[in-house]
Design a protein around this ligand. Structure first.
Ligand SMILES: *Cc1c(COP(=O)(O)O)cnc(C)c1O
Length: 380
């Protein structure tokens, strides 16, 4: 008997009620039936993403939402600064380049977060910069940047701030409106607890005025103006992934029942417990500024990442993530997003201890679970 236990930082585990909701018979999408789900999701998304702005629902993954935003926010003559400290930061620079947008791609060491002052210096040095794009929680390295501090800088300078919030929205403290985030982007399969296939993007008034005046934009499917026009009528410009939207309505309801701030606290507690466990069993954290939605550990000396992940999966059905690019074989990652709770966290730590023990890593068996238990028990 083997259970499927999903601890990857996307796709994340989906509640059974959500899966069942999507399995029920469905109607056509140009109906009041579908409009009801759209209306419900539009309201709930604003609450989960903590914004008064319309949250557009795109029937494609988070990357598509980001691509639409990048294209829309960059009419000719604009210039983008991207901050790249991991796989996803790189992706936004690549998209800008592919569409011929004038872009400065600032690379930082993977596992570190951008010093907001560096952004301030760039803007000062190069007034032609019109927008800055950052990854709030860089999933590939488990690293969080100070989005609020960056927003203060870009706002004071009158520049647009685009933020990949794909592994922060719905799991980490995020206040796009208060923090002057002009474009907040997220996706379905991380903290929002539905299967992959939807992307989301919320734009500030300032960002909308750029998008609306961008007459040359090359996007057709990802045209944000068209998406907003339809959304205002609880509709979509093209055939929506309507069963995912039905599932979304249920999943957002579950998050909001707990209260989004309580969800943030719970995710933080799971991350703190996991880091405490790692420390207790001699695992080194990869990130210098860890995100609470995903923890990246270095593999211990003499133990292969592929063996750790392979054993976790083989023995306990636990799916974890490895490292990408030059981090392949160096780190492994465990997510704290989606349908996971405290006891799921204790479970993955217990399994990890058993696997590491068998693989010859030296530590006191049970020390990680004890450390995690202490964090979780003291919280209640
Ligand atoms: C998962 C992820 C993406 C990519 O989203 P897709 O839904 O796979 O397109 C982008 N950025 C971050 C930070 C992510 O975690």
């Amino acid at each position: 008997m083997k259970k499927i236990r999903l601890y990857t930082p996307g796709p994340c585990a989906v509640p059974e009620e959500v899966l069942l909701e999507m399995a029920r018979p469905f109607e056509h999408h140009r109906t009041d039936w579908f409009k009801g789900y759209m209306k419900d999701c539009r309201a709930k998304l604003k609450e989960v993403l903590q914004t008064k702005n319309e949250v557009l629902i795109i029937s494609a993954s988070g990357t598509a939402a980001a691509e639409g935003a990048i294209i829309g926010c960059h009419p000719p003559g604009s210039k983008l600064l991207t901050i790249e400290g991991g796989k996803f930061g790189q992706r936004w620079g690549e998209i800008a380049q592919q569409f011929g947008i004038d872009v400065i791609r600032h690379e930082i060491e993977w596992g570190t977060a951008i010093d907001p002052q560096v952004i301030a210096d760039y803007i000062k040095k190069d007034p032609a910069i019109t927008a800055v794009m950052v990854v709030h929680s860089e999933t590939s390295t488990g690293t969080l940047c100070d989005l609020e501090a960056i927003g203060k800088i870009t706002n004071a300078a009158g520049k647009l701030l685009l933020a990949d919030c794909i592994t922060s929205a719905g799991c980490l403290p995020l206040k796009p409106d208060d923090w002057h985030v002009d474009v907040a982007i997220t996706g379905a399969q991380k903290a929002l607890m539905i299967p992959p296939g939807l992307g989301f993007v919320a734009l500030s008034d300032r960002a909308w005025s750029v998008v609306e005046h961008n007459k040359t934009q090359h996007a057709y499917y990802l045209n944000l103006v068209k998406a907003r026009k339809s959304a205002e009528k609880n509709d979509t410009p093209f055939t929506p992934a309507h069963l995912l939207i039905r599932g979304l309505s249920k999943a957002l309801g579950i998050l909001l029942e707990d209260g989004i701030e309580n969800v943030w606290k719970s995710v933080a507690a799971m991350a703190v417990a996991t880091r405490a466990a790692g420390q207790a069993i001699g695992l080194q954290l990869f990130s210098k500024r860890p995100s609470d939605s995903v923890t990246a550990f270095n593999a211990p000396e003499g133990v292969k990442v592929s063996d750790i992940r392979g054993q976790l999966k083989e023995r306990y059905g636990i799916q974890s993530a490895g490292g990408q690019e030059h981090l392949k074989g160096k780190i492994f990652r465990i997510g704290h997003m989606g349908y996971v709770d405290d006891m799921d966290t204790v479970l993955v730590i217990a399994a990890l201890e058993q696997v590491l023990y068998k693989l010859g890593h030296k530590f006191e068996l049970g020390a990680g679970v004890t450390a995690a238990q202490r964090v979780l028990a003291e919280r209640l």
